[in-house]
Design a binder for this molecule. Structure first.
Ligand code: ATP
Ligand code: MG
Length: 256
């Protein structure tokens, strides 16, 4: 049965999509059967994994959530990965589902495909609205990419609050997979101080600070713009190596 990991942070541009993409590529290189769910109406993961997410297409995660198609009918098999894509239609879910039980939509959708994969990765949108609540309700664990600055770290308090709410209401077994610092520039003195602050803040919330940090590298952006597998695109790049290490660490922590 697939392990489901959600990559989340309410702040924008912290590396959620890049992390989801890189974990998927790392797991695929280990021979794992991986399904990526693009759960962000921006559709960035769909783009970088070469999925078709044009507005007129009829087989996105939105159509699965609405029950218009079986989940398996919405899976696209791209040269990079299996993906259920998303586009702006997904933002309609907030308005279209207002009743009781709306936090279980994604969990119900994933149930029929759990046996087809080893890992399911969910890329979530910025914000802590109903889409994020659905992703947390469906997942076994949440990975939190964070920028190495103090305001980003302080945002973890709110993020952890949402995890706690979901544990109380719809997913008691939800684990915090850990905090991973991204865009890291190791040679800056401030980075060391930030790492210590991250350890304190995450530690106080009971969330592990992961040993792996992901260094800053424009190669990650370029690989995604060109819709390439980041590992094949630049196997020796520092940030790519970091992501491979992150895969190993998350496997050792039993969340992948
Ligand atoms: N380690 C890194 N080094 C350099 N650039 C990075 C790194 N990680 C991500 N980026 C780039 O930073 C930008 C934001 O990253 P990404 O899209 O993954 O963030 P996000 O959290 O998914 O954003 P959003 O909240 O909008 O969904 C992208 O252009 C991405 O290529
Ligand atoms: Mg994103």
């Amino acid at each position: 049965m697939a392990k489901i990991l959600c990559v989340s942070n309410q702040k924008g541009g912290v590396g959620k999509t890049t992390t989801t993409n890189a974990l998927a590529m790392g797991l695929r290189h280990l021979g794992r059967r991986v399904l990526c769910i693009d759960f962000d109406p921006q559709g960035d993961l769909s783009f970088s994994l070469r999925a078709d997410n044009r507005l007129e297409m009829q087989n996105s995660i939105y159509h699965a959530l609405k029950g218009e198609l079986l989940t398996v009918q919405t899976i696209q098999h791209t040269p990079l990965c299996d993906v259920i894509p998303s586009n702006m239609l997904l933002s309609g879910i907030e308005m279209e589902f207002t009743g009781k039980g709306r936090e279980y939509l994604l969990r119900s959708c994933l149930r029929p495909v759990l046996n087809l994969y080893d890992n399911i990765l969910i890329d979530s949108p910025p914000g802590l609205g109903i889409l994020t609540i659905n992703a947390f309700t469906a997942a076994h664990a949440v990975l939190m990419p964070v920028l190495p600055d103090i305001f980003s770290l302080q945002g973890l308090v709110q993020l952890n609050g949402t995890l706690d709410e979901v544990r109380k209401k719809s997913n008691p077994d939800l684990k915090a997979a850990g905090v991973v610092l991204t865009h890291y520039v190791a040679r800056q003195n401030a980075s060391k101080i930030i790492r210590e602050a991250a350890r304190d803040i995450a530690g106080n919330l009971g969330i592990p600070l992961l040993d792996t940090t992901v260094r800053h590298s424009n190669v990650l952006t370029n690989a995604q713009i060109h819709r390439e597998d980041i590992i094949k695109f630049a196997p020796r790049n520092n940030a790519v190596q970091d992501y491979r290490k992150l895969v190993d660490e998350l496997i050792a922590r039993e969340v992948l």
